[in-house]
Design a protein around this ligand. Sequence first.
Ligand code: GRF
Length: 194
Amino acid sequence: MGSAVPRIAIFVSGSGSNAQAIIDRAADKQEYSVVLLVANKAKAYALERARKAGISTHVLQRDDFYNTTGLLELMKQIDAVVLAGFLWLIPPYLLRAYPDRIINIHPALLPDYGGKGMYGDRVHTAVYEDECRYSGMTIHLVNEKYDEGRILFQAHTLVEDCADADCVAERVLRLEHSYYPAVIANWLQIMQPR
Ligand code: GRF
């Protein structure tokens, strides 16, 4: 991306533990800068994390997000978008503004346990009930469908000894925190300048 540090926006819906890991790596290594955190819920704890880190925040209204392109005004300086537990489908105008520049993390080994309605505990419960030997996480580019963009990275973890779905969730989340920030840094490094 030339010599400038890439500037990213993180989109979230919930707690934002991945957002925190991404913010922490930015502070530690300065490979990229987190300049905006966008949430689709005013109560998302991730907003609190961003404020503590001095990052600008924005709370989305559903109608504005899907029926206007106003968000792009706020994103003029943003090079790439990182989804970290963001539950809304990305609208076409945003995909067009950021072609191959929106990345997502999914808490399972796609294409298994993905698609509409497969998020959070639903994923881990399904994996647990199917008595899977492994679960894991997938980092992929975002397109117009849930969880179907090109896969960039996957990591596995053994879950066959888990006694419940919470155990699966915990192991997968640990993987997410340890890989997502590094994969983002690499992805930004090989990205062509806009
Ligand atoms: C993660 O499991 C991520 O894979 C999924 O949503 C969860 C977000 O967790 N897309 P957190 O808000 O980062 O703690």
